[in-house]
Design a protein around this ligand. Structure first.
Ligand code: HJL
Ligand code: ZN
Length: 173
């Protein structure tokens, strides 16, 4: 993908695109419906989009972005550091996970792995913090910041993001 439809400083525009991806995710009571977009900060090109459960297996939105971009570039996910632009932005409707109840590799670890050689994700922009329903203490902001990856909260879409994320969850009355 390489559309140039969204201006560099239009963080809400990219987050809205991520939210439209999240809406394509099938509701599941044991996770959130999240959407994510990978952007080349030098050109504003959209490198990949993803949503929860888009790819086979119990896949997260951020994980789908990484796998889709790696597949397009004919490398494995752990070779992404070699092919991602040096300034890659990751927009995600919900902050990346630091712990997964299923035991899979958390998305924060996947993000850190893209940065092994000074390339890859340099900044993560999130729409909401992770609610405490599944994992009480998401520590994405601390873990990313400690590793020199910027973390920014883009405000304004929280209500819509949470509504989409929790569709399919049992609501207490
Ligand atoms: C983010 C996603 C997604 C979550 N978070 N950032 N993107 N589904 O696509 C976080 C939640 C985990 C649960 C269940 N959700 O997904 O904490 O089954 O989905 O490994 O911990 O774990 P599994
Ligand atoms: Zn995740």
């Amino acid at each position: 993908m390489s559309d140039h439809l969204i201006a560099a400083d239009d963080h809400t525009g990219y987050l809205r695109l991520a939210l439209s991806c999240a809406r394509q995710s099938p509701p599941k009571p044991t996770n959130y419906r999240v959407g994510a977009v990978l952007v080349d900060a030098r050109t504003n090109a959209i490198l990949a989009t993803g949503f929860t459960l888009e790819l086979p297996g119990n896949t997260h939105a951020e994980q789908c972005c990484f796998i889709k971009y790696a597949t397009e570039r004919h490398v494995t996910e752990d070779q992404l550091a070699e092919v991602l632009p040096p300034d890659t932005l990751l927009y995600t409707t919900m902050e990346p996970c630091t712990h997964r109840l299923s035991g899979q590799v958390p998305c924060v670890q996947r993000i850190l792995a893209t940065r092994r050689q000074g390339q890859g994700v340099s900044k993560v922009l999130v729409g909401v913090r992770e609610p405490t329903t599944f994992v009480a203490n998401n520590s994405a902001q601390a873990l990313l910041s400690e590793s020199g990856i910027q973390y920014e909260h883009v405000s304004g879409l929280e209500d819509e993001i949470l509504q989409v994320a929790t569709a399919g969850h049992e609501k207490s009355t």
